[in-house]
Design a protein around this ligand. Structure first.
Ligand code: SF4
Length: 181
């Protein structure tokens, strides 16, 4: 076996373990957050897929953004995301994260989440039911095992672009500048 083949096997094992142990930090920004308790508890039991809640950003692998963001909450979400350790993933949950949803013409909501943070998977719907949420988790797991869940890498590679977009709505707040990679 050559080095390349062994590296492939190691990557596969790493991704396999990541896929089956996703600790989720749910950031309940919008009404969709109400679907999280049934998804994570006994009725739909996301834990059978190796998915469970995390208490803090440092312990979390997956940031679940459950609905619309405002300019105020965007700041906090960026801060939370940047506190998470690699490897880390983001799911945008609900139509509001994709295109603003029913708040598309509001002056104070963020319309397209992936301009500001790298989104690995979107779950559409208003609000998505637990079955759709679990489907979104499974989609992310497929991307992880295939090595395609590279949002965090994209964020680092295109940090200037993301920061420029963030500054357009948030201004030059110390909140955004003080974090040091
Ligand atoms: S997509 Fe619908 S349920 Fe989700 S935050 Fe927006 S309005 Fe609320």
């Amino acid at each position: 076996m050559n080095d390349r083949e062994s590296q492939k096997i190691v990557d596969y094992i790493k991704n396999f373990t990541r896929k089956h142990s996703l600790f989720v930090l749910a950031y309940g920004t919008g009404c969709g957050a109400i679907e999280i308790p049934p998804t994570m508890t006994s009725r739909y039991d996301a834990e059978r897929f190796g998915i469970r809640g995390a208490a803090t950003p440092r312990q979390a692998d997956l940031l679940l953004i459950t609905g619309y963001l405002t300019t105020k909450t965007l700041k906090r979400v960026i801060r939370v995301y940047e506190q998470m350790q690699d490897p880390k993933y983001v799911i945008g949950f609900g139509s509001c994260t994709i295109n603003g949803g029913m708040y598309y013409d509001s002056y104070n909501t963020i319309k397209v989440l992936d301009k500001y943070l790298p989104v690995d998977v979107y779950i559409n719907g208003c609000m998505p039911r637990p079955e759709a949420v679990i489907q979104g988790f499974i989609k992310l797991q497929h991307k992880i095992i295939e090595g395609r869940a590279d949002g965090a890498k994209q964020y680092k590679e295109h940090l200037e672009e993301y920061k420029a977009n963030q500054r357009k709505v948030l201004g030059n707040t110390p909140y955004i500048e003080e974090y040091n990679w």
